[in-house]
Design a protein around this ligand. Structure first.
Ligand SMILES: [Zn+2]
Length: 371
């Protein structure tokens, strides 16, 4: 009996220990981030559908050699054919640094191949795809210097300090913690302008950013600065908040339908968050099994927004002349098949008026309209 009494305080201690474990850092709970619910408005092309479907891809292929650049161009041809066959557009988050050679390479052959990549993306834009900005760190230094010499952009910004880091040390860490706020804004501002000029012929603005490594800073204060930098750079949207600790079980990219779209207050301005839809392994990935119809039906009285994430670079064979290890051809072929299967599924769900495929740009226009 006595022993049992002794055990109670021990048990209490154990339980208290378990309960006092800090909760996962959740940006969706930050006071400046408020959920946004999209209405299903009448008499719109999407009125009868259950969910918007935004197929995104982070364009960051290997481009160090001529063969890699050529295989990256091939990926775009494949992706483009899928879009035109199944009528599902891509939203490419283009890592500008993968296009730097078009401006900076002294090797005319590489420069031309890089130009081919730019042209392939440009053609996809003309066919209805969307290109937005992506970076894993600061803009390539040579590219930044060259863009700076061509056009003097007025940069806004101040400096801030550092602490413990829950995220993968990627975009925010590499650019802000290493280089400072002004350099963060410089990378975003010039990266944005480079894509506008090279892919849109200056006719359209790049609107959104996706942080490389899903790194938008470790804390609420970091994330606020991050959004301020987007705003200072003229961007109106972000796609990619992550919750918890990178590498930990509580790590999660984006959120569930009904909770993955938000407004972020930056002073008297606002930035929209259109986060990926959380799923197994982090987010909904087109080549992994997902019940899209179930996801689309998981919220009532509003238009769900399903954002999936792919990396076309996953289909890139290794350059035999390089030391990097690539995937075997058979593996790449089955992934290509899985991606095509996904397009078929989305096309079928679109026919059944469940998914309404749209680019992020198209969705942002609807979100702005509803404000
Ligand atoms: Zn990336």
């Amino acid at each position: 009996m006595r022993r049992r009494i002794l055990c109670v305080p021990v048990l209490c201690l154990v339980l208290t220990g378990a309960c006092s474990k800090p909760a996962a850092e959740n940006p969706f709970d930050y006071p400046f981030i408020r959920p946004l619910h999209l209405k299903r408005e009448a008499n719109k092309p999407y009125s009868d559908y259950k969910a918007f479907y935004v197929l995104t891809e982070d364009f960051e292929p290997l481009v160090d050699t001529a063969a890699e650049m050529d295989s990256a161009s091939d990926l775009l041809k494949f992706a483009s054919a899928l879009s035109s066959t199944y009528k599902v557009p891509w939203t490419h988050f283009v890592d500008v640094n993968t296009l730097a050679a078009v401006k900076t390479s002294s090797d005319l052959d590489l420069k031309q191949r890089s130009q081919n990549l730019v042209d392939a993306l440009k053609q996809m834009v003309e066919a209805g795809d969307d290109c937005e900005l992506h970076l894993h760190g600061p803009l390539n230094r040579a590219l930044l210097d060259q863009l700076r010499s061509q056009e003097k952009q007025h940069l806004k910004g101040s400096e801030e300090a550092v602490e413990r880091y829950r995220q993968r040390r990627s975009f925010f860490y590499q650019s802000f913690y290493r280089e400072g706020y002004r350099e963060l804004v410089a990378s975003l501002t010039y990266g944005k302008r480079f894509l506008e000029d090279s892919l849109y012929g200056g006719a359209q603005q790049v609107l959104a950013f996706r942080p490389g490594g899903w790194d938008h800073g470790s804390t609420s204060a970091d994330t606020f600065l991050y959004f301020q930098a987007l705003e200072d750079s003229g961007l109106i949207a972000n796609s990619g908040l992550s919750t918890g600790d990178f590498g930990g079980k509580n790590w999660r990219v984006g959120n569930d339908p009904g909770r993955n779209v938000a407004t972020v207050a930056v002073g008297d301005k606002k930035v929209f968050e259109v986060s990926p839809t959380a799923g197994p392994g982090g987010y909904v990935n087109p080549v992994l099994p997902n019940d899209l119809a179930k996801l689309a039906a998981s919220v009532k009285n509003e238009m769900a927004v399903i954002v999936s994430v792919y990396h076309l670079g996953a289909l890139q064979p290794a350059d035999r002349g390089s030391s990097k290890t690539g995937r075997p051809e058979s593996e790449i072929q089955s992934e290509r098949d899985a991606l095509e299967e996904h397009f078929k599924t989305v096309a079928k769900l679109a026919e059944q008026k469940i998914l309404y495929p749209i680019t992020l740009r198209g969705l942002l226009a609807i979100i702005s309209e509803q404000q």
